[in-house]
Design a protein around this ligand. Structure first.
Ligand code: NAP
Length: 255
């Protein structure tokens, strides 16, 4: 099977770092035109953009996806520059510690608002405008990055677990709603991945125990998720729409 995304526009949220960056580099190497978003780290986003090569019209856009109005404006400008959108990878997300026994009520609310606003409502809004475009052009693919925490629980970050469980349910609902429009919706649920999000924890004394959660005795590399995203974005995998695939090295097996 030859995988080639020539002529395809692939939008990757949170593409400046971590998993999103690995996706951006892999899709660009397969000739896609890659559009990345970031929240505030412009330097890192431009560095990533510079690593994608100059053969296509890749671009980086600042976007806080917890801001509904900003998303609407973003798509307006995006679709003026690019006439179609073939693939949306909803990767951007936040993990905010907010232990229920320790945080103030104000911090508790702030953590819920930020997490749900970014990881769930933000993704829903990204899907809304992408779907409008994909329906108009006759199809497309949406890949949503969830988490093992949706199933296993997140005792120190309950909003994160809830946001990803909600993301799974939303993605499956959209898989049903969008299939008649030739749009497939795929969900990837990683366990620990070696990125900035987990660096402190993995480099702490708890790091070895985290690795040993998997019988492979390691965590995932961002490139492993990128390879899966490439599969879902390729033609011929539409019928996996609505499914949730685990990427956790058998660290958590659900029935
Ligand atoms: P990361 O290294 O922390 O990078 C997060 C990316 O998202 C950055 O590009 C960041 O932009 C962007 N972002 C954050 N908030 C945003 C917002 N409000 N609007 C737009 N962009 C925003 O994260 P990662 O570890 O690669 O995680 C990527 C995805 O995988 C997330 O959805 C995460 O929940 C999921 N996941 C990760 C792990 C893991 O172990 N790492 C495990 C399971 C699931 P800036 O650079 O500007 O901050």
């Amino acid at each position: 099977m030859v995988i080639d995304f020539s002529g395809k526009n692939v939008l990757i949220t949170g593409g400046s770092r971590g998993i999103g960056k690995a996706c951006a580099k892999l899709f660009a190497s397969l000739n896609a035109t890659v559009i990345i978003t970031y929240k505030s780290n412009k330097v890192e986003a431009e560095q990533t953009l510079s690593e994608l090569g100059t053969q296509n019209q890749h671009s980086a856009w600042q976007l806080d996806q917890s801001n509904a109005a900003a998303i609407e404006l973003f798509y307006k400008e995006l679709l003026q520059k690019y006439s179609c959108l073939d693939v949306l990878i909803n990767n951007a997300g936040v993990f905010v510690d907010h232990k229920i026994a320790e945080v103030s009520y104000a911090d508790w609310q702030q953590s819920w608002n930020e997490t749900i606003g970014t990881n769930l409502t933000g993704v829903a809004n990204m899907c809304y405008f992408a779907s409008k475009q994909m329906i108009a052009q006759g199809g497309g693919k949406i890949i949503n990055v969830s988490s093992r925490g949706a199933f296993r629980g997140e005792p120190d970050a309950p909003a994160y677990g809830a946001s990803k469980a909600g993301l799974n349910a939303m993605s499956q609902s959209l898989a049903l709603a969008l299939a008649p429009h030739n749009i497939s919706v795929h969900i990837i649920a990683p366990g620990f991945v070696q990125t900035d999000m987990t660096a402190d924890l993995l480099n702490s004394p708890a790091g070895e125990a985290i690795k040993s959660q998997s019988p492979f005795n390691r965590v995932a590399e961002p490139e492993e998720l990128a390879r899966l995203a490439v599969v879902y974005a390729s033609s011929g995998f539409e019928f996996t729409s609505g499914g949730i695939i685990d990427l956790n090295g058998a660290s958590y097996l659900r029935s």
